[in-house]
Design a binder for this molecule. Structure first.
Ligand code: UT7
Length: 316
């Protein structure tokens, strides 16, 4: 478990933005075309509606330009673009290239595919680039899962949706916001959640659920240990928004009360790489961090990846 060297060059968020798919699809809409119900979906997942439609590039451009505007910086001053996505628009080039050009960036750009852990993977990479001398990095998490969802499969179609969240990370003179982090993966579980190239997502929901709780708790504990904090010191927890029952079970095991947990899954469904930034930066009435708060981001996804980070909100 790596710990952050005390003299590392730090960074913090200075701007952020979000975007959602163009069309709202309710549970009742889904019940018109498959054997399911609003009551079943709410009870088993916590999802009330989801937003679908829009390419990965288009949503990334929308959230990314909002983040640049909030930070008040010239796009040409960004030193790198990290785009977390598991649904690139093309096989080649990386969707980050399209986004880099559209936003007027003049820097390196690359995609990161770590499924639903993607935003945290991208964020840790961005902190690493700043430690190596970059001044400003744009980190985006976007997925258009509706394109890889089989809309006749009630096992998956009730869960997945489209969205994007972006943040500008800028270097600071102090230690910065990142206090501890953990990245993990277990490729031996590949078959429980996958999509072939050009195919739809296939999932063993029960097995994903069972592992998800365990790996989120494990990763969160590693990050907290690296940060030298305990769960009772956290003010806000931002978990991957897959299923409210996974969130409550993991937070219960971590000893974090639900009043501290940011939940947007009722509004967004599971947007994979976009899920954590939507829950952190969105405006859905969720828990939002204040200056100085300790914040835990924790995700899990196909691969089976897990990723977490302990941040001090607003830290210089
Ligand atoms: O980012 C990571 C992505 N994936 C996940 O996080 C998925 C994790 N897993 C889950 O969220 C849950 O396992 C699901 C929501 C997918 C399923 O919930 P569950 O509580 O595990 O349901 P189940 O598969 O055990 O099914 C219970 C019953 C079954 O009927 P019987 O056999 O008891 O008669 C299913 O056939 O519910 C039935 N069922 C449905 N009924 C209405 C399964 N899906 C549906 C549905 N609507 N959509």
């Amino acid at each position: 478990m790596p710990t952050i060297p005390s003299n590392v060059r730090g960074a913090r968020f200075t701007g952020w933005g979000v975007a959602l798919g163009e069309k709202i699809v309710t549970n009742d809409d889904l019940a018109l075309t498959m054997e399911t119900s609003d009551e079943w979906i709410r009870e088993r997942t916590g999802i009330h509606r989801r937003h679908i439609g829009g390419s990965t590039a288009a949503m990334s451009i929308e959230s990314g330009s909002a983040a640049l505007a909030m930070a008040g910086i010239d796009p040409a001053s960004i030193d790198a673009l990290v785009l977390a996505t598991t649904t690139p628009d093309r096989a080649v080039p990386a969707t980050s290239a399209t986004v880099q050009n559209a936003l007027g960036l003049r820097c390196g750009a690359f995609d990161v595919n770590a499924a639903c852990s993607g935003f945290v993977y991208g964020l840790i990479n961005a902190h690493g680039l700043i430690a190596l001398g970059a001044e400003r990095v744009l980190v985006i998490g976007t997925d258009s899962l509706s394109r890889v969802t089989d809309w006749t499969d009630r096992n998956t179609a009730i869960l997945f949706a489209d969205g994007s969240g972006a943040a500008v990370l800028e270097s600071t003179s102090g230690h910065g916001q990142l206090l501890g982090w953990d990245l993990d993966a277990d490729g031996s579980a590949e078959e429980i959640l996958f999509a072939e190239i050009g195919g739809f997502i296939r999932m063993d929901g029960k097995e994903v659920f069972r592992r998800a709780v365990r790996i989120m708790v494990d990763s969160a504990q590693k990050s907290m240990k690296a940060a030298g904090i305990t769960a009772d010191q956290l003010s806000v927890v931002v978990p991957h928004q897959a299923n409210i029952r996974i969130i409550t079970s993991a937070c219960d095991k971590l000893g974090v009360p639900m009043e501290k947990v940011s939940v947007v899954v009722h509004e967004t469904g599971n947007t994979s790489s976009a899920s954590i930034p939507l829950a952190l930066f969105g405006d859905f009435g969720q828990v939002r961090p204040k200056e100085g708060d300790l914040v835990l981001l924790v995700g899990f996804g196909a691969g089976m990846t897990a990723a977490s980070a302990v941040l001090q909100w607003g830290a210089q």
